[in-house]
Design a protein around this ligand. Structure first.
Ligand code: ATP
Ligand code: MG
Length: 391
């Protein structure tokens, strides 16, 4: 039996002249995911990719799982590839669909014929194959309006493909077709979700993590790497930059009013992140902020942190409730890791009464006590990075 995986493209189908460049990025991403699973041939035509295992070792089950996490793919099916000969189709299809038809009551056959030279047209294929299946499976009847199972026959350029299952793909646009952005990645629930949401819109992601040893532990950093690894199932490879932030935090605590600690710290995070982002070819920053969630996420606090950045700051969670964010975190499988109880640099030295509406003039005057140039360049000189990927 010749089994393949059929991937249907999502939104890129709607792209105009530069559609092929979107397709190239998608195929490259698919190829990279499959390379660790086995040898596969990828055939791209008519808004569809057909994935052919090249040998017995190419694990089609794992490939099917993995490809459900590729942005740009709207649906996937496992399909039987048959020669374009209707007698062969009739002979091979019943066995291929027997598991699914034996366990259901109604079905219909649907056919698409992109090869118009095929001797039967689509309605004729549906009727003829429907009869064969009714004959072989007395437990099912045809229901054209709301069948439990749709047996799909696609007559394409080289083969006929038959499938009776369809799994939703991850949707969105291929990672890397929309530029690159740096995600501020903490160990919490929100930032991994924010990163995946922007990767879903086509951005390649790198991550920046601020640590404050000895106030934050090695294990907290390892947790962030585990999150990046989980994200890489969707986002592809992620370079994680780790910024030693202790001196900045200690200096702010020593020299600035306690209630402005958080906003000043966040301004430093943004300034440093922007420098790392620029150096690494990014056009934007991403954070997991959600309006009103904590003191530093009021409109006033956000505008105060925005003021230090010239790059756009993307905040895909800004209007979402925690429950909605958690739903996505579960779906992308980062939730269980995110809730492991390790400290984050944002939670050390947290003021008892942070300013929720910081005035920029007060902030600027407090910041003038800090040696910004030395603090920032110290951080940048000591950044380390690791590339994290599941593939
Ligand atoms: P998260 O669940 O992502 O940690 P949060 O609700 O805890 O978010 P904050 O701690 O205020 O909110 O952080 C807001 C955003 O700032 C985070 O979503 C993340 O983008 C960034 N951030 C926070 N801490 C760090 C850190 N240690 N390193 C890098 N970015 C961070
Ligand atoms: Mg946090």
């Amino acid at each position: 039996m010749n089994e393949v995986i059929i991937l249907k493209y999502g939104e890129i189908v709607l792209k105009g002249l530069n559609r092929s460049s979107f397709e190239d990025v998608l195929i490259k991403n698919i190829r990279r995911r499959l390379s660790s699973i086995g040898e596969f041939k990828i055939v791209n035509s008519q808004s569809t990719a057909v994935i052919w295992p090249k040998n017995e070792d190419a694990d089609i089950d794992t490939a099917y799982e993995t490809l459900q996490k590729v942005y740009g793919v709207v649906s996937l099916s496992r399909a039987l590839a048959v020669e374009k000969d209707f007698d062969k189709i009739k002979a091979e299809v019943p066995e291929y669909v027997s598991d699914v038809l034996s366990s259901h009551k109604t079905f219909k056959v649907d056919a698409r014929r992109s090869d118009k030279k095929f001797p039967l047209n689509s309605p004729q294929i549906c009727v003829a194959l429907g009869e064969v299946l009714l004959d072989k499976f007395p437990n099912v009847s045809v229901d054209v309006n709301s069948p439990e199972v749709v047996v799909m026959v696609e007559i394409r350029d080289t083969h006929a493909f038959i499938h009776a299952d369809k799994t939703p793909g991850a949707g969105g646009l291929p990672v890397g077709c929309g530029g690159k952005a740096a995600l501020l990645l903490s160990g919490g629930i929100d930032s991994p979700v924010a990163g995946c949401m922007m990767a879903k819109r086509g951005l390649e992601i790198c991550a920046i993590h601020f640590e404050s040893p000895p106030y934050t532990s090695e294990r907290a950093k390892m947790k962030v790497f585990s999150l990046a690894k989980k994200m890489s199932a969707y986002c592809g490879r992620i370079e994680v930059f780790v910024v030693p932030f202790t001196k900045v935090q200690e200096s702010i605590r020593e020299k600035c009013p306690e209630e402005l600690f958080t906003v000043i710290m966040r301004r430093y995070m943004m300034k440093i992140s922007q420098k790392i982002a620029q150096k690494n070819g990014c056009q934007a920053l991403i954070t997991g902020e959600s309006l009103g969630q904590v003191a530093s996420q009021t409109v006033q606090a956000i505008s105060c942190t925005d003021a230090v950045c010239s790059m756009p700051i993307l905040r895909p969670l800004i209007g979402m409730d925690k429950t909605e964010i958690v739903d996505i975190a579960r779906k992308i499988d980062t939730f269980e890791t995110s809730i492991l109880p390790y400290e984050d640099c944002c939670t050390v030295f947290t003021p008892r009464h942070p300013r929720t509406r910081p005035k920029e003039t007060f902030v600027l005057s407090a910041e003038s006590k800090l040696d910004e140039e030395t603090l920032v360049s110290d951080c940048l000189d000591n950044v380390t990075s690791v590339v994290i990927s599941q593939f």
